[in-house]
Every structure is written in structure tokens, then in C-alpha cells.
Design a protein around this ligand. Structure first.
Ligand code: KG4
Ligand code: ZN
Length: 360
């Protein structure tokens, strides 16, 4: 393994990788790790989506995803460096999502980054995917964010409330007990026979909805901040079965019936998250609500939370649309904030893909 001189300068360049599920992505960030307020810029961001591949099977087949990552990761790395007009040797750190996620996907990025770090001596920062989502909501005026901040993270596998005292100190105050919001979107989309990925399809269809079917609001009456969306999904299933009938007399749902279901489902999810967020804002006296994760691309949820923040006279900080679903910019950003917090790189030999690495 090559060794590199100790870093003295406070402005660092980070090459980050994200391969935790079905997107292969790399990004270069330049930032000051010693400045009193966060100061960074993205020099490049490249993403190769696997949506077209997984559309054929209506979902992600793990081995297929891993093979696509293997094919994509080297060209993506070259493109990210070229986009930043820099060479690998110019990088001060390599960051990689090493968990949580799909293990075969995580392994590709993690082992690739380990190889690069070993060959070049560039320090390696294993980075948590959800920490990436957490920080992705703070790319605009990060020095102006008021704490405490309630961070609402809604992705394919997680629905989380995280209370941030500042950029370094946070704790999870609510989590998914069964299906995450994104998972529920995807399952309901499948029930309605919509193409993969389901979330964006549901939100498109919901715009045509006319009648709210009043689906249940799971756990809204509970004082804690945990979430459960599997009951809501089951309520949608029963409704679909009622409309479609059974056996030989089974009918296809009309577009309007599907649109009403999509709208009612979306309303229920947005309502539960927003009302629980309002309760958490009041309890913890939050001055900002942030929103991130794939489901944060949902316009209804963005609008409801923005409205709630306005009513409570607090700030709302939401991830840009392209930073909601998985990307490498958020991983570079999490690595940057971790460096500012004093987190040290790990020897590549000690880094392992950890599919169950949960925030605490
Ligand atoms: O954060 P993400 O890209 O991956 C995980 O870390 O899980 O989130 C993916 C999830 C999927 O479940 C997808 O259906 C959902 O985000 N999603 C949406 C929208 N766009 C993506 N859900 C609702 N509305 C959207 N517009
Ligand atoms: Zn994600």
C-alpha cells in the first residue's frame, strides 16, 4: 500500500461512490473541513440508473443489479473525475456507501473503493447511506440552518425521524416498524399494475384522483414517532379486491378508480408523516424541518410539510429533486460532514459491506 503525506490543507477533495441498491453513482466534492461554517461545492456528479433493466422484471433482481454495478462503476468513476477536471491522485479521500442496502450491490462499490484506496493510498471513508440522505437536504445555505432540526427521511426502506442538535449530533427518534413509505408506494403501484418504479407512477396518477377513499392513517393516534404502512397497503389491497371481484368475474379497474386509489393512498401517507412531524416539532421545539430520501420527491408530501412549517413559523429545508433518490453527491456530503465532525478514515482491510448498518 502506498502512503500519502499527512493532509495539512483544510480544503479537501472527496471522490464518493454509491451502489447500495440500483443506481451506480460517483461524485467529486470539494470542501473546507476546518471552516467554522460548512463550505463545499460539487465538482461533478454522474449516475447510471438501472431502471430500464429492472422494468423488465417489475423490480430489482439482486444479481442483475450487482452485475450492472460491476459494468458501470469504472466508466462512472472516469466520468466523475473527468467532470471535475481532476485525476484520481488529486483526491484527498475516497468515500463509499458501505451500508445499509442490498448486500450484493453494496459489495461492488465497497470492494471497488477499497481497491482504489489500497492502490493509491488515498484514505477511505466508509459512509452510511442514510447519513447521505440526512445531509442531502442541506445543500443550499447550509450555514444558515437553524437547529434543532427535525429531519424527515423517507426512502424505499426507511421512514425515519431524526432530531439534529447540530450537524454533528443527532439521534433517531422514530423509525419504520414494518413497511417503509417507499416500499408501500412500490407495493401499491404493483397492486394497481403500474410499471416499476412505483412511487413516481403513483404520484402521477394521483393528480387525476377525484374522490378521497379515506384510507386508514396508521399509528396517527400514537404519541411515539414510529411508522407502520403495511396496514395501509392491506386496506388498498382489500379495496382493489372489492372493485375487481373474484374468480371468473374479475374485472380490471378503470383509470379513474386507480387514480382515486393513488390519490387517497398518497394523501394518507402525507397526512401521517406531516401530522407526526408537527407533533415532533412541538415536542422538541424544532426550528427547521428537513425532508429527504426517494419519497421526498413526492410533491404532495413536500407541499404538506412546507405548509405545516409555514403555519408553525419554522424553516423547511428539502433536498433538491435530483438528490432525493439515490446519488453519490449525498455520500460525498455525508463524508464531508463526518470529516468536519472529526471522523477518521478506516484502513481498507477493515472495511466491509454492512447491509444492516442502521443509524442510531
Ligand atoms: O432513497 P431511495 O432512492 O432508495 C432507498 O434508499 O431506498 O428511495 C426509493 C423510493 C422508492 O420506493 C420509490 O418508489 C420512491 O422512493 N419514490 C417516490 C417518488 N419517487 C421515488 N415515492 C413517492 N413519490 C415519488 N415521486
Ligand atoms: Zn436511498
Amino acid at each position: 500500500m502506498k502512503t500519502r503525506k499527512n493532509l495539512k490543507k483544510s480544503d479537501v477533495k472527496i471522490l464518493a461512490f454509491e451502489t447500495s441498491f440500483d443506481e451506480t453513482a460517483a461524485s467529486v466534492l470539494q470542501g473546507d473541513v476546518k471552516s467554522s461554517k460548512p463550505k463545499f461545492k460539487f465538482l461533478s456528479s454522474v449516475l447510471k440508473t438501472q431502471i430500464e433493466i429492472h422494468k423488465k422484471t417489475g423490480g430489482v433482481v439482486p444479481e442483475v443489479a450487482a452485475r450492472a454495478h460491476i459494468q458501470n462503476i469504472l466508466p462512472i468513476t472516469e466520468a466523475a473525475l473527468a467532470g471535475a477536471k481532476l485525476q484520481l491522485e488529486d483526491m484527498d479521500y475516497i468515500a463509499v456507501t458501505s451500508g445499509p442496502g442490498l448486500v450484493v450491490s453494496l459489495i461492488v462499490g465497497t470492494e471497488f473503493a477499497k481497491g482504489l484506496a489500497l492502490a493509491t493510498g488515498i484514505p477511505l471513508l466508509p459512509t452510511n447511506h442514510m447519513e447521505g440522505h440526512l445531509y442531502s437536504a442541506f445543500t443550499h445555505k447550509p450555514d444558515k440552518v437553524k437547529f434543532p432540526t427535525l429531519s424527515v427521511m423517507v426512502s424505499g426502506n426507511h421512514t425515519m425521524f431524526v432530531l439534529m442538535k447540530d450537524y454533528k449530533t443527532y439521534k433517531v427518534i422514530g423509525n419504520t416498524v414494518d413497511d417503509a413509505a417507499g416500499e408501500a408506494f412500490d407495493k401499491v403501484a404493483r397492486l394497481l399494475k403500474l410499471p416499476y418504479p412505483g412511487g413516481p407512477e403513483i404520484s402521477k396518477l394521483a393528480l387525476l384522483g377525484k374522490t378521497d377513499l379515506n384510507f386508514p392513517r396508521p399509528m396517527l393516534d400514537k404519541q411515539h414517532f414510529d411508522f407502520s404502512f403495511s396496514g395501509l397497503k392491506t386496506a388498498v389491497l382489500y379495496h382493489v379486491e372489492k372493485l375487481a371481484g373474484k374468480g371468473k368475474k374479475k374485472r380490471s379497474l378503470t383509470k379513474q378508480q386507480k387514480a382515486d386509489i393513488a390519490m387517497s393512498f398518497e394523501n394518507a401517507v402525507a397526512d401521517v408523516i406531516t401530522k407526526k412531524a408537527e407533533r415532533a416539532v412541538k415536542k422538541y421545539k424544532a426550528k427547521t424541518v428537513s425532508l429527504s430520501g426517494g419519497v421526498a420527491a413526492n410533491k404532495k408530501l413536500r407541499a404538506e410539510l412546507a405548509q405545516m412549517c409555514k403555519q408553525n413559523k419554522i424553516a423547511f429545508s428539502v433536498a433538491d429533486f435530483e438528490l432525493c433518490t439515490d446519488n453519490a453527491q449525498m455520500i460525498a456530503l455525508a463524508a464531508y460532514f463526518n470529516l468536519r465532525a472529526g471522523r477518521k478514515p478506516k484502513p481498507p482491510g477493515q472495511v466491509k459491506a454492512d447491509p444492516a448498518w442502521e443509524l442510531s
